[in-house]
Design a protein around this ligand. Sequence first.
Ligand code: FES
Length: 580
Amino acid sequence: MTEKKKITVAELRSQRWFGASGQPGNHKSYRTKQMGYTSEDFQGKPVIGIVNTWSDLNSCHTHFPQRVEEVKRGIWQAGGFPVELPALSVGETYVRPSTLIYRNLLAMDTEEILRSHPIDGAVLMGGCDKTTPALLMGAASMNIPAIFVPAGAMLSGHFRGQRNLGTGSSTWAALADFRAGKIDEKTWRGFGEGTARSPGTCNTMGTASTMTSLADVLGVSLPGASSIPAVDSTHSQMASMAGRRIVEMVWEDLRPRDVVSRNSFLNAVVTDMALSGSTNSLIHLIAMARRLGLELTLDDFSAAAEAVPVICNLQPSGKFLMEDFYYAGGLRALLSVIKDHLDLSCMTITGSTLGDELEGFAPYNDDVIRPVSNPIYAAGGLVVLKGNLAPRGAVLKRAAASQKFLQHTGPAVVFKNFKDMLARIDDPDLEVTEDSVLVLQDAGPTGAPGMPEWGMLPIPKKLLEKGVRDMVRISDARMSGTSYGTCILHVCPESRVGGPLGLVQDGDMISLDTDARSLDLLVSEEEFARRQAEWVPPPPHYERGYGALFSQHVLQADEGCDLDFLAKSGETSDPEARFS
Ligand code: FES
């Protein structure tokens, strides 16, 4: 098979099932033949589990049924036995109340379907926002050879002669214009339809493209795979190449913990800053690192943000889309520009280093992928803020914020929860000006629950009509990677567990200073202490089921929002299949 072959057929994990003596092994054999396979199809071959997050309610993965066949083709070609394992699809558009809750369930699903079945290696098929970190968290904990196949982004949006319409970014702007009465309903709806033209993930540098790009940098997908548009024929070719490669990886016994190191994560953080990636990535990367027992903190993001300019000119921070990024050379071209900030000795699943995989790559378009001498944002595209309002940190995507608000002090307009915000935000009597600070409470990990992407609070209608398009907004929620504005997110600890955000009252002055990296509530220490003493924990959202499990065990945003009993490295024992 390969000169790097390290293990024998007898050492394949699947042999504990198929190679067992007596009735247990015989039972697996004749039940597999029941499906129409012959011994030649599976005996003595690595069994490759294709973990597929397709469903009829994940519009970003509609091409996966075809891609699975292409992955299988590669596996057969390389001498493996492919089996498809459907997993939770976590379609961002449809899952409520928050896909972050189900990120952890998909991570558990991934780990356990791999553990409980006779699987030697895994092909992980995902891309829509939470599916990427979830699949990788599960695979990291399971630690068998694994390769990630990203869904790829959808085509660029077009509507009435307007090109480069981005998923989310363009539709948020159209929604604001519709609410302000500048466009009619048909036009507003047309913008949405114009941005969703093909299979694939959101076409901006939102959470999906950020996370697939970072998985690429971590070395767990075929190099450059993340930049290929979903419907490009190269995407099909990549899928079958991944199928071939995973079989080799099984024989090489190349596992996630052999590939990914702390420096791989630091490379991902640096790349995240150059991409001006989604703020969701902070939560996901920290959660993924902890699954491998690797340390990664908000301070690592802060340091990288100061050192690395934003050079990726993609929406929402810039103007182009993922399709343009691919034609400009894609992720490897971008990495070639910032390679002085990367540890090029980090490994990839090809068995080669990141540096080897970048040889010969450079941008074809220096407006889409800028040189460091002409960045979109010089440095500090993302800032981690701390202060008495966010003792454990909060996040602001400065590259997508308004310059005039980067130093700002204003009175709070407080919404107790999302429902309260919806009920009052457009009230003509709401006391609010452009200088107010909109505060949303109870939207954190246990609050909402699951930190929904509510952090880009809508601008009150009466201000929209006056032309206001941005304000300082603060919450313990997340924000869609396609969103923009001066939105301070992930305030930690969250208000529902007694964090200071829950103590803010209407009219309190709040001070934001991005140069000083500070976020403070300007009330006296005595008043602050009085409010803390009077704070009463709200009742739980869930009494039973997965919601209760999540709420009781979820960690805070600065720890990655994983479940506490999963957020650690180490082996979980395999089932003993020989006796059953
Ligand atoms: Fe699936 Fe954006 S909704 S990637």
